[in-house]
Design a protein around this ligand. Structure first.
Ligand SMILES: [Zn+2]
Length: 399
């Protein structure tokens, strides 16, 4: 999703983060890096390695991580933004800024479906998608990047509509099944048109979310063949177990597990993907704001849930919320590697956790204490106002 970049300042900043005790890469094939230093020039990672091997001179900002952990900023693969930082679903202001304090630096819209009076005619839904793409590209609470402008499929859309949307900058479809298109044949045709013009698709999976939404079962999901099997664990009502395992086995598409879904079904999807050796397909989101509310800590709660009850190492669970999603959704964040977006979350074991270190604390089901969030090489927040307090926090040693 290569959106146009906002204009950058002429002066290049150089951010050096040193004394990192645990460097989590976001990459499933190598989740822990043997490195203690990250350098970012402007909004990109320039170097990752041992401090003695890296040019740290001329830093505009130096952060001493105090031997705590650094990971890529978390990506929420499934949000429903509406209007700026307000959600009418729960009539709450400032929800995006609250998610920043839960370590989220990037969000992907699964449709601006909670917009009061959402237009369902084709001209109207196209206009709303283009409008949402534009406003969220320009409006970034706390620096959080929101990829929005995700139209909901309605009957009557033709190939030219997808061509027109793509030309106008629309890159994603809202959840298939939330509009009038609820049959696999039509949905498959529209998803194929979208794909032809570079628009990625996600399908709602499971029972209706709220009155007016409807059941999408395994057969509809497989026939539609969207790029992302949205909330494979339901949102909130899950499909029967045999349908969830069939989706894991019969499709190669991304398997999205969300906070506002059925937790037991989420663990089933995780275990099935692991048995199939296809953990790279698993990506995480919150599916919020929704009827279940707004969850600033939804992403770290998912990491702790899947690590503790799903019994996967915490560093692997973090990959599902970062690198996996970036790869499945063609984003240039989510991995600690030169050339990637310089967006990071620094964390440590929460104060008084029974875990012996950060990873052990997450594997025991505790949430990490987030101590700093950096987006595009710029500090967005210091100690999180929402997580349990980190035991040790990094220090800015010069600016
Ligand atoms: Zn849904």
């Amino acid at each position: 999703m290569a959106h146009d970049e906002p204009s950058k300042s002429a002066v290049q900043t150089k951010l050096v983060i040193r004394n990192i005790g645990l460097l989590l890469s976001g990459d499933l094939t190598n989740p822990i890096l043997d490195a203690d230093t990250v350098v970012a020039i402007g909004d990109r990672i320039a170097a990752v390695g041992k401090e003695k091997d890296i040019d740290t001179s001329g830093a505009t900002v130096t952060i001493d991580a105090k031997c705590t952990a650094l990971a890529p900023g978390l990506i929420d693969s499934h949000v429903h933004p509406v209007c700026g930082d307000w959600t009418p679903r729960q009539n709450q202001l400032g929800w995006i800024d609250s998610y920043l304090h839960g370590g989220v630096t990037t969000m992907v819209s699964a449709g601006e479906v909670h917009t009061p009076g959402r237009p369902k005619d084709i001209v109207g839904l196209k206009a709303m998608a283009i409008f949402a793409q534009r406003v969220f590209q320009a409006f970034r609470p706390g620096g959080v990047k929101i990829y929005a402008g995700a139209p909901i499929l309605e009957h009557g859309m033709v190939e030219d509509d997808f061509k027109e949307l793509a030309a106008a900058g629309v890159k994603i479809l809202g959840e298939v099944g939330l509009g009038s298109v609820k049959d696999g044949k039509t949905a498959h045709q529209m998803v194929s048109w979208a794909r032809k013009y570079g628009i990625q698709s996600t399908i709602h999976t499971g029972g209706p979310s709220i009155p007016g939404s409807s059941l999408i079962d395994k057969d509809m999901v497989l026939e539609t063949d969207a790029d992302v099997i949205g909330h494979v664990n339901g949102g909130h009502t899950a499909l029967p177990d045999n349908q969830i395992t069939a989706l894991c086995e019969s499709s190669t598409r991304a398997l999205e597990i969300v906070h506002n879904g059925n937790e037991r079904a989420g663990l089933l999807a995780l275990r099935t993907a692991m048995e199939l050796k296809q953990l790279h397909r698993v990506i995480l989101g919150t599916d919020s704001p929704a009827g279940s509310g707004v969850q600033p800590l939804g992403m770290v709660r998912m990491i702790a849930l899947l690590s503790s009850l799903g019994e996967i190492p915490a560093e692997v669970a973090i990959c599902l919320a970062t690198g996996n999603t970036a790869k499945m959704r063609n984003l240039d964040c989510g991995l600690i590697a030169p050339g990637r977006e310089a967006s990071f979350v620094l964390m440590d074991k929460a104060q008084h956790s029974a875990g012996k270190n950060l990873l052990d604390s997450i594997q025991k089901g505790d949430l990490p204490g987030i101590s700093m969030i950096i987006i595009d090489g710029v500090i967005s927040a210091h100690r999180s106002r929402n997580t349990p307090p980190a035991t040790v926090v990094p220090e800015v040693v010069n600016r």
